[in-house]
Design a protein around this ligand. Structure first.
Ligand code: ADP
Ligand code: MG
Length: 584
């Protein structure tokens, strides 16, 4: 298991070392200033001292202050650098990791949670590093160092410091324990707000159309209110710290001076000057101890907050990826074939099998179709071929080789997958068609045009201003459903795959385009195996082989004519579509 710190580079460890060194420098200067104050106080109390007696110490104090400032600047600079570098690297690591996630891994987190983990949580860690790295070295050392300076000096004073110290520590621990569990909950609530906002943004049309404004608003207000009230609760507690510590510091000061007054009154005249300067030094040190405590507290709170974030980041980074490259030990024994052997499949966190006992075999160059009611398992069958999921039982073979044995990109290089829901990326039309890598070539403009022509997208692309350079906005929002579908089909064609997987990708096309597209595909993709999931009999009636899917099982297989004769489910589907003159 990797920790966050393993993402620090050697250079950054060096920077942290530099931070530590300069933190020591500024501690040393902080410590030396009270000593000089003591010297000045003694001189001032001594009869016959001149101004020149104290200027030396005064200048020395100034020098210490400047050195301390330099030390702080350098430490802050390097710790900010480390924080930013670390954040960049972790963000990159999360991004890479999430790209490798399978559907199942993805489902284990939610999208909104992944977004908060990638932004807000990383910011938390970064800010602790940026602000905390200086203090993490400085505060404890200062506290201990200052403490050793005062501990032997005067038992009464030391006792006063000890008492106040105990009260403060008790207070800090108490509040931190109260606050700590809430901090993780806060991050979870940020996930929630994120989720509701995302849903709101992506569903805006439906929200408007259904006058669901109030409903949506209530949902948002609920999580927002929960987040606000919890944050308020935490901050109300944290807000107690500063006034409390200030009061304690003042009480300590007063106590030292009261005790001092008694001691000095009781002492002989000769000792009084020394005692007085000792008291000034002592109270400065006591103040240092207290300040160091305040800083420790700030770090501690930051740490507690960032620990919750570090946990959440580590959960992502340490996720065991479910679907990984295979050992690649076996050879392919065929080309363009797909075979399902006794395949059953159950979705993660689902009780029922989505597929049971599927046995099918698809030959090279065949056009094969799956038809069946919605929810019967057609998309699920396709999902197993590119390994979006792995079969729960049985084996899926492509080119005679178990899909689990392939290197993932080699398997996917063979496939041209067209999802049921068209997905486009922001960029140009050409970028979208030439998208990805097929391991052989990068599509040129000629190939892009050709793919668009076969995919029946050419006409509308050329009408667009800018043609192939026309912009595709986020999610392809500036295209109609049918246009998006044609672009995603063209994208698969430009890939020139051995096997096409159309997941209900013709549904948004009119009958004529549907037919022309299939005909053109047959001409250009000679030898390619085509797997089509469809709702319309017309789309698949010419297929070499049709599988009828019913409740996760294959309920019939054959050509259109064969199925019309002896598969009742197929007959029913065909009959229901008769009026469309497509069942023929
Ligand atoms: P279709 O034939 O319409 O393409 P699917 O293959 O998408 O049907 O779905 C088959 C069954 O699996 C349905 O009952 C559906 O509810 C279920 N299902 C689909 N996707 C998931 C998922 N990600 N998690 C759990 N169940 C799912
Ligand atoms: Mg489907």
């Amino acid at each position: 298991m990797k920790t966050i710190f393993s993402y620090l580079t050697k250079r950054e460890w060096t920077f942290l070392g530099i931070c530590a060194l300069f933190a020591l420098l500024s501690i040393w200067t902080d410590m030396s200033i009270p000593d000089q104050m003591g010297v000045i106080t003694t001189k001032l109390q001594t009869e016959g001292s001149t101004i020149s007696d104290v200027t030396g110490s005064g200048l020395l104090m100034l020098l210490y202050a400047l050195l301390g400032l330099l030390g702080t600047i350098i430490t802050t600079y390097f710790s900010a650098k480390v924080g930013a570098g670390l954040a960049t690297r972790i963000r990159g690591a999360i991004f890479d990791k999430v790209l490798d996630f399978s559907m199942e891994d993805m489902g284990a987190f939610s999208t909104s949670s992944l977004i908060t983990r990638c932004t807000n949580d990383i910011m938390n860690v970064q800010s602790v590093f940026a602000a905390g790295a200086v203090l993490i070295f400085k505060a404890p050392i200062t506290a201990i160092w200052a403490f050793t300076r005062i501990i032997g000096k005067n038992s009464m004073w030391t006792a006063a410091v000890g008492v106040i110290f105990l009260i403060v520590v008790g207070f800090i621990i108490g509040i931190a324990m109260l606050v700590r569990p809430s901090l993780r909950t806060v991050q979870g609530l940020i996930d929630e707000t994120n989720r509701v906002s995302r849903e709101h943004l992506s569903g805006i049309r439906v929200i408007h159309a259904f006058n669901a404004y109030d409903y949506q608003k209530n949902r948002f207000e609920k999580v927002n209110e929960a987040l606000t009230s919890l944050s308020r609760k935490i901050f109300r507690r944290i807000a107690l710290f500063n006034p409390f510590l200030d009061t304690m510091t003042n009480i300590l000061n007063v106590a030292i001076y009261c005790i001092g007054a008694v001691i000095i009154l009781a002492a002989s005249a000769a000792d009084r000057v020394n005692l007085f300067s000792e008291m000034v030094t002592f109270s400065s040190y006591a103040l240092l101890v207290m300040t160091a405590f305040v800083q420790l507290l700030v770090i501690y709170m930051g740490l507690v907050k960032s620990l919750a974030s570090i946990d959440r980041i580590s959960e992502v980074l340490n996720t065991e990826i479910k679907i990984r490259d295979g050992a690649d030990t076996k050879k392919e024994t065929a080309q363009g074939t797909i075979e399902f052997k006794n395949v059953s499949f159950r979705y993660p966190n689902s009780g029922d099998n989505a597929l049971s006992d599927i046995n099918i075999s698809i030959e090279k160059g065949q056009t094969v179709a799956f038809i069946g009611a919605t929810g019967s398992g057609k998309s699920t069958i396709l999902n197993l071929i590119p390994r979006f999921y792995d079969a729960t039982e049985g084996t899926v073979l492509v080119n005679g080789k178990d899909v689990r044995d392939y290197k993932l990109n080699e398997l996917r290089n063979k496939l041209g997958y067209i999802p049921q829901k068209s997905i486009l990326f922001s960029g140009s039309i050409a970028d979208n068609i030439a998208y990805g890598d097929n391991g052989r070539f990068q599509a040129t403009l000629t190939e892009i045009r050709h793919a668009a022509e076969v995919g029946q997208a050419k006409e509308f692309i050329e009408k667009k201003e800018g043609g192939y350079n026309a912009r595709v906005s986020e999610g392809g929002k500036n295209f109609s459903g049918g246009q998006k579908q044609r672009l995603t089909i063209s994208r698969a064609i430009a890939r020139d795959p051995e096997i096409y997987l159309f997941d209900d990708s013709f549904s948004a096309l009119d009958f004529k385009t549907d037919r022309i597209l299939r005909e053109r595909l047959k001409e250009v993709a000679k030898g390619a195996t085509v797997v089509i999931v469809a709702q319309r009999i017309g789309t698949i009636r010419n297929a070499d082989r049709i599988f009828v899917v019913d409740q996760g099982r294959i309920a019939g297989a054959g050509t259109h004519d064969e199925l019309m004769k002896d598969c009742t489910i197929y007959q029913e589907i065909a009959l229901s579509q008769m009026t469309e003159k497509e069942a023929g």
